[in-house]
Design a protein. Structure first.
Length: 117
C-alpha cells in the first residue's frame, strides 16, 4: 500500500480525489470497504472523536487493520475534526494515516500554537 502522502500527490497531479467516509463501527467500515473494493478504489475511513472516545484508539486501529486484511484495495485511517491535541498525538502514535486537528473554537493564536504541536 502506498503511503497516503504519495497517493495524494499522485491524485493531485491527475485531478483525482480519494473518497473518504466517516464510520462508527465495524459494520460501517465493512460496508464502505466492500463498495470501495467493488469499484477497485482506495478509501479513507474517517473516525470522529466521539467514535474514538467510545471505542478507544487501539480498537479503531485494530478494526481497520482487520479490514485491510480482508480487502485488496488500500484503506487509510483518518482522525476527523479532533479538537484535543493529546488525542491527535495518540492517534498518530497508534498508526493513523492522517489526522485533522480542529482548533476552530479557539483564538487564532491558540489554534496556531496547538496546530504546531
Amino acid at each position: 500500500m502506498k503511503q497516503l502522502s504519495e497517493l495524494i500527490t499522485e491524485y493531485y497531479k491527475t485531478s483525482k480525489c480519494l473518497i473518504g467516509f466517516n464510520f462508527n463501527d465495524i459494520w460501517d467500515g465493512q460496508a464502505i470497504c466492500s463498495v470501495a473494493e467493488e469499484n477497485n478504489q482506495p478509501v479513507m475511513l474517517m473516525a470522529y472523536t466521539a467514535v474514538i472516545d467510545a471505542l478507544g484508539v487501539d480498537l479503531v486501529v485494530s478494526m481497520v487493520e482487520g479490514l485491510r486484511k480482508r480487502h485488496k484495495v488500500p484503506i487509510y485511517l483518518h482522525l476527523d475534526h479532533c479538537n484535543d491535541v493529546q488525542q491527535v498525538l495518540s492517534a498518530v502514535d497508534a498508526g493513523f494515516d492522517s489526522v485533522m486537528y480542529d482548533g476552530s473554537h479557539l483564538s487564532l493564536e491558540e489554534n496556531i500554537t496547538n496546530t504546531k504541536q
